[in-house]
Design a protein around this ligand. Structure first.
Ligand SMILES: NC(=O)c1ccc[n+]([C@@H]2O[C@H](COP(=O)([O-])OP(=O)(O)OC[C@H]3O[C@@H](n4cnc5c(N)ncnc54)[C@H](OP(=O)(O)O)[C@@H]3O)[C@@H](O)[C@H]2O)c1
Length: 249
């Protein structure tokens, strides 16, 4: 078995895949969680292309908006592969619409998938991390948690909730060798942003001081630092990876 085991929820998505490859390159055994059957195929191809096989990585099916399904996934991983040392909560969806048109279904889908999922999975790994005296949790929030965005009351609320969760849990487990941090990406080129209308996309890109969209690697590099042994004194933070589009703290 490799050094440490990392679980990435939403691991087969754009940012998730970038994080998985970066972690595997550092020697972690990486498990990518997914929910839509078939969505893991592209991930498997990309991992293989990057030089990784079943000895280096695996997949785990679960709807992380469901507490019991998340618990079953964690239990299955820990009994067949080993204890989870690193958790990246990356699963997320958008259901963009102004509040005046938003349905309860659109509200709850985003809150459950983007925020409750962080509780659902973390709750099942946190005791083991504390008992073993080591753990790294990184929650993927968003620039829109602190900036706000038209048509994203549900998404911004969920992502802001992640920041409160991160700071509070960081305090609860600091003495146990477990760190809890957030990463807030700006506009990153993935399927999620490919859905953005072209004129809005150009407008968004024009407003980014670095002059380009971010890549999954940009996010993965921040994650790599936060999961490292060397980052043990860094906890409860929110690392912005947004090309300077929103400068704060
Ligand atoms: N792209 C950006 O500009 C950007 C900016 C800020 C923050 N973020 C955040 O970064 C994270 C990754 O986004 P992305 O851009 O990589 O999007 P993406 O390519 O659409 O990936 C999202 C992933 O979440 C998974 N997922 C959705 N619902 C799930 C559920 N109920 N259970 C388990 N997995 C679920 C999807 O799995 P399936 O493929 O199986 O459906 C998919 O792999 C999200 O939390 C997003 O909010 C993205």
């Amino acid at each position: 078995m490799k050094n440490k085991i990392a679980l990435v929820t939403g691991g087969v998505g754009g940012i998730g895949t970038g994080v998985c490859i970066a972690l595997a390159k550092q020697g972690y055994f990486v498990i990518a969680n997914y929910v839509v059957p078939g969505s893991e195929a592209a991930w498997q191809a990309k991992m293989q292309q990057a030089g990784f096989s079943h000895d280096d990585c695996d997949i785990a099916f679960a709807d992380v908006s469901d507490f019991n399904a998340s618990g079953k996934m964690v239990a299955d991983i820990e009994s067949t592969i080993g204890p989870i040392d690193v958790l990246i909560n990356c699963a997320g969806i958008t259901r963009d619409v102004s509040l005046r048109k938003m349905t309860p279904e659109q509200w709850h889908a985003v809150i459950n998938t983007n925020l409750s999922s962080v509780f659902n999975v973390t709750r099942h790994v946190i005791d083991g991390m504390c008992d073993r005296g080591f753990g790294r949790i990184v929650n993927i929030s968003s620039v829109n948690a602190t900036k706000g965005a038209f048509g994203q009351t549900n998404y911004a609320a969920a992502k802001a909730g992640i920041l409160g969760f991160t700071k509070s849990l960081a305090l609860e487990v600091a003495k146990k060798g477990v760190t809890v941090n957030a990463v807030s990406p700006g506009f990153i080129d993935t399927d999620m942003t490919a859905a953005v209308r072209e004129d809005l996309r150009q407008q968004t890109l024009a407003a980014i001081p670095t002059g380009r969209a971010g890549t999954p690697d940009d996010v993965a590099n921040a994650v790599l630092f936060l999961v490292s042994e060397e980052s043990g004194y860094v906890t409860g933070t929110n690392m912005a990876v947004n090309g300077g589009v929103h400068v704060y703290q």
